[in-house]
Design a protein around this ligand. Structure first.
Ligand SMILES: NC(=O)c1ccc[n+]([C@@H]2O[C@H](COP(=O)([O-])OP(=O)(O)OC[C@H]3O[C@@H](n4cnc5c(N)ncnc54)[C@H](OP(=O)(O)O)[C@@H]3O)[C@@H](O)[C@H]2O)c1
Length: 292
């Protein structure tokens, strides 16, 4: 099977690349090779490689910047998946696309299920929902994987930011009134590979699946656990004090959902095993950090 992976330099893309390259004929696409906002470049990339499966790990993920750069968010998070789905439907190829917990309102008393009503509160969440809806218009075999709070040992995510500050001995203030399921990009890549291997990309229809590490914690609890483990594992020299704060004390341009936990039981039923717990995944991420 020939797979085309977009966003190969992103958090998820970098974890997917070795897993997919070990099993399939893999073509990776980075921004330097193809600007995904350029319609002609996207078409010629697809036409020249003729993939059996497109895995779209590219997106505009800068949630606050998306409030101002609405056109860019729309191009990457809505129009790009639309274009990919159209090509895949016309060429009998499968599509795996990633979406987000931010398609939900954040007001709930239990983990969000795939069938729950969406109500995004930010431009990013709205653009990702439009992407989901665009794919579902086509008779395409597509799996839309909604995930949440993705982190990795790469720069530019929540974990690397707090550990960077902790390493400099700076005390931290972290939001304690947003609860979700922090997800290591490595766990998400492994789950994606299992779904491909198990033949769970549907044929001729679109399916939505929630895939996140198990657990429900606030950013504050996650930060505390991360700093404690990172210090024990030698990723940082020593722990630093962490103060819980409310979202009102940490103003951000885009509104974040207060309750973002995804119910991943359908994933567990499909592959026969739940996603790893968030602490287990965090330890795995940090051990790669120490060794890398
Ligand atoms: N990060 C999260 O917390 C989170 C949460 C829920 C869902 N998700 C979803 O999960 C998926 C993977 O997220 P991630 O965290 O791995 O994202 P990421 O690290 O931001 O990677 C996104 C990739 O898209 C590429 N890209 C952006 N604009 C491009 C353009 N114009 N042309 C070509 N490539 C372009 C980026 O290229 P460069 O490397 O050159 O910038 C980057 O490699 C996305 O669909 C995201 O919406 C993420």
């Amino acid at each position: 099977m020939r797979i085309l992976l977009t966003g190969a330099n992103g958090q998820l893309g970098q974890h997917l690349t070795p897993l997919l390259a070990a099993r399939y004929e893999l073509i990776t696409s980075t921004r330097a090779q193809c600007d995904l906002t350029d319609t002609d470049s996207v078409s010629s990339m697809l036409d020249s490689h003729q993939p059996d499966l497109v895995v779209n790990a590219a997106a505009m993920t800068a949630v606050d910047a998306a409030e101002d750069e609405t056109d860019l968010a729309d191009q990457l998070n809505h129009q790009l998946p639309d274009r990919l789905a159209r090509w895949c439907s016309e060429h009998d190829a499968g599509l795996i696309h990633y979406s987000t917990d931010y398609v939900f309102s954040g007001q709930n008393h239990r983990a969000w299920q795939e069938s729950d009503p969406t109500d995004p509160q930010s431009t990013y969440g709205h653009s990702k929902l439009l992407g989901e809806q665009a794919i579902a218009k086509y008779e395409v075999g597509a799996l839309i994987i909604r995930t949440a709070w993705v982190y990795s040992a790469l720069p530019g995510n929540f974990l690397s930011a707090i550990l960077g500050r902790a390493q400099e001995g700076m005390p931290l203030k972290v939001v304690d009134d947003q609860v979700g399921s922090p997800t290591w990009a490595g766990s998400l890549a492994q789950a994606s590979q299992r779904l491909i291997e198990g033949g769970h990309v549907p044929v001729g229809r679109t399916e939505v699946l929630h895939v996140a590490n198990e657990g429900a914690v606030s950013w504050y609890v996650f930060a505390k656990k991360a700093v404690e483990l990172a210090s024990q594992m030698g990723v940082i020299d020593a722990p630093v004090p962490i103060e819980p704060v409310g979202s009102d004390q940490w103003p951000q341009k885009a509104k974040r959902p207060a309750w973002s936990v995804l119910d991943c039981s359908r994933y567990a039923t499909l592959v026969g095993e739940p996603m790893p717990d968030y602490e287990q995944a965090l330890v795995e991420c940090l051990s790669q950090w120490s060794s890398g």
